[in-house]
Design a protein around this ligand. Sequence first.
Ligand SMILES: O=C(O)C(O)[C@@H](O)[C@H](O)[C@H](O)COP(=O)(O)O
Length: 266
Amino acid sequence: MTAPPAVIVHADGTLLAQAAAARLITRLVDAQVARGVAHVVLTGGRNGNALMRELAESPARDAVDWAHVHVWWGDERFVPSGDPERNETQARAELLDKLPLNPAFVHPMPASDGPDGNDPEAAAARYAEELARAARAETPGERGGVDVPSFDVAMFGVGPDTHVASLFPELPAVYEAERTVVGVRGAPKPPPTRVTLTFPAIRTARDVWLLAAGADKAGAVRLGLGGGGAVQVPAAGAYGRRNTLWLLDRAAAAQLPPGLNRIASP
Ligand SMILES: O=C(O)C(O)[C@@H](O)[C@H](O)[C@H](O)COP(=O)(O)O
């Protein structure tokens, strides 16, 4: 059984991004001390990009052995390779191109002009196979038979409608119980066609971090921590095996009930 989520509130979105970047550096160093390699799942969106920008600027980033970090994505906008809309393109520009990563350990989701063409389901199956291959290369772990490598940290921005990755309320992907990656059509956030990790894959992560900043996220944060179900409130369904952290700014935390335990930084 997973631990209840911890809620950490920072003064504003900038401080949230800086503190989360520092936390990620520490988490990756600890994972590498324990296991040699680390696996991180990146998120798209403004909060994820702000974190990556801060990480790129942090002198402490050199504490991580980047050549032994595997980089995965929680979701992708299904558009052509190199499109500025792609989460991969944005992550490369904000962070990845600035790090001494091993290119073979960077695992972008396929693009709509990739080997499967404009077929998000085939792209999802291909990414699932890439995850399974990485899982097979590891000693069997505690991931309950789910064919993904041992994610140390999986990060997700929370949308105003409570979506995480491309798991939108009541769309078919939130019901997926078997596959680790699925295609998504008709997403309310553009672009409508996407590829996403599913809950079974997300829940194998040791740590799941949910990032939200700004007043437009306050309702989603309240619902996500309010005991709702994952179908209507996908953010509530994203939790880790070891830790689930909600990393917020004050505006996003503004509607949390007063009784809910939280740790606030000045
Ligand atoms: O492709 C995307 O857009 C996402 O991966 C999405 O799940 C995002 O993380 C949230 O919508 C939060 O985005 P913001 O941080 O921009 O609000």
